[in-house]
Design a protein around this ligand. Structure first.
Ligand code: 4AD
Ligand code: MG
Length: 425
């Protein structure tokens, strides 16, 4: 039986299978705290029992099958206890290398074992809900799941962060975004989405950047900037609600304030322009940023001090934006694009835009970044055959999980993090 069902079985005898999480012993009694994927529970055995010797041999992380009667006990960690009637060691573990107060680096080196911690287990359960919620959100709204290639010969988000890979006798890159291929798909399926691995050779040692992460992207035909930002807000709100529905226990264990998340899920998320963001920074933070400069982490954090929900920022300067973001005909210095920023210093959750449909503009932008338009001929074709307004965005799954779980680092939102500093184990 799963350990989380134990409280419902007071007075009954049941069997649990799990691992020794804590052990405390005196001469005549042994207290074991056993964990399985669902929870932990205290189990006790006294020296009068025939299996007492077996219990004595159990080490931390040994696997064990226990039968016993459930009783209420205020002193036990979860308020319940199993009085052992049968104890069957399955495997006696060697001395477990992870003990209290190990360094972050040590825990990353032993990630394959640290995954068993209650902390990471809780974060992985929230991640599971987040990914399930993304699929549910889009499928319920008539979007088709559309899988992109992972090997991509052209770039989407700038050459500096491309991972080059040998491809038989040629070279290609690992995907930075599914977007360009999704743009081909909307002319067939109209509304598409995906959750897929994404790669960026980020030379930054921040708590927000991974070299391998999962991006949830969407792309839709007939959709403009205003409409697509509303989809992004709805999606994030939907995910928060799903996490609140399924993961209250995990959120508490991780130290997250559930009431706060409930408040956020009820509130509208504001939309402001980049220009307005600069005004807020100047007025409230005495921070003067020349118009045209991108917002750095520091500035995003200062801006978000003045909001308690995610905020959509639109109309960044066209000159510093990716090649596919179109100029706003009404404000030609700006692009029809947006970012959604998280509160509490968790940075950019979502990046998206309307897509440029003007071939000449696209070619100009590509040339400006030193790209040969030749490789993009297939992409330009999408503007030659029944072109329509279309938009999309990408949501960083790990950024969202890190924020929802109040994690100190994005590394704990993914099982085996890959960063500039590490690709093992
Ligand atoms: O803003 P980005 O670069 O947008 C794109 O790639 C678009 N082509 C998406 C689209 O329109 N379909 O990335 C989208 C999101 C960011 O807002 C951030 O949450 C996450 O992906 N992200 C990262 N997460 C972790 N580590 C990194 N190195 C990340 N880079 C981006
Ligand atoms: Mg971005």
């Amino acid at each position: 039986m799963d350990i989380d069902k134990v409280p419902k079985s007071v007075g009954k005898t049941l069997e649990i299978k799990g691992w020794v999480w804590r052990k405390r012993e005196s001469k005549d009694i042994i207290f074991l705290v056993i964990r399985d994927s669902s929870d932990v529970v205290q189990c006790t055995i006294t020296d009068r029992h025939k299996d007492f010797k077996k219990a004595k041999k159990l080490t931390i992380e040994s696997s064990v099958i226990i039968k016993g009667r459930v009783a209420k006990d205020k002193r036990a960690p979860t308020g319940y206890e199993i009085k052992i009637s049968k104890l069957e060691p399955v495997h006696i573990a060697e001395r477990f290398p992870i003990t209290k107060d190990k360094s972050t680096e040590f825990l990353l080196d032993t990630r394959h074992l640290w995954l068993r911690s209650r902390y990471l287990t809780a974060a992985m359960k929230v991640r599971h809900t987040v990914i399930g919620a993304i699929h549910k959100f889009f499928r319920d709204r008539g979007y088709y799941e559309f899988d992109p290639p992972i090997f991509q010969p052209i770039q989407c988000e700038g050459g500096a962060t491309l991972f080059e890979v040998k491809y038989f006798d040629d070279v290609t890159y690992l995907t930075q975004s599914w977007q360009l291929y999704a743009e081909a798909a909307v002319f067939a399926l109209e509304k598409v989405y995906d959750v897929a691995p994404t790669f960026r050779a980020e030379r930054s040692k921040t708590t927000r950047h991974l070299a391998e992460f999962w991006m949830a992207e969407m792309e839709a035909a007939w959709m403009d900037l205003k409409e697509v930002t509303e989809v992004a807000k709805d999606e994030v709100r939907f995910i928060i609600k799903e996490v609140l529905k399924h993961n209250k226990k995990e959120l508490s264990l991780l130290g997250q304030d559930i009431k706060k998340l409930e408040r956020i899920a009820r509130k509208p998320f504001p939309t402001i322009t980049y220009t307005k963001a600069l005004e807020i920074l100047e007025k409230k933070e005495k921070l003067r940023i020349p118009w045209g400069k991108d917002l750095r982490t520091l500035e995003e954090d200062k801006l978000m001090k003045h909001f308690d929900t995610p905020v959509v920022v639109t109309h960044y300067p066209k000159e510093i934006m990716a090649f596919y973001k179109p100029r706003d005909p009404k404000k030609p210095k700006t692009a029809l694009c947006f970012d959604m920023l998280a509160p509490e210093g968790y940075g950019e959750l979502v990046g998206g835009s309307q897509r440029d449909t003007d071939i000449d503009e696209l070619i100009k932008s590509l040339k400006k970044m030193g790209e040969s338009p030749k490789g993009y001929e297939w992409y330009l074709d999408l503007r030659r055959f029944g072109s329509v307004t279309h938009s999309g965005y990408g949501l960083g799954v790990e950024r969202l999980v890190a924020w929802l779980c109040k994690l100190e680092s994005i590394k704990d939102s993914i099982p085996f993090p890959r960063t500039m500093m590490r690709f093992r184990p």
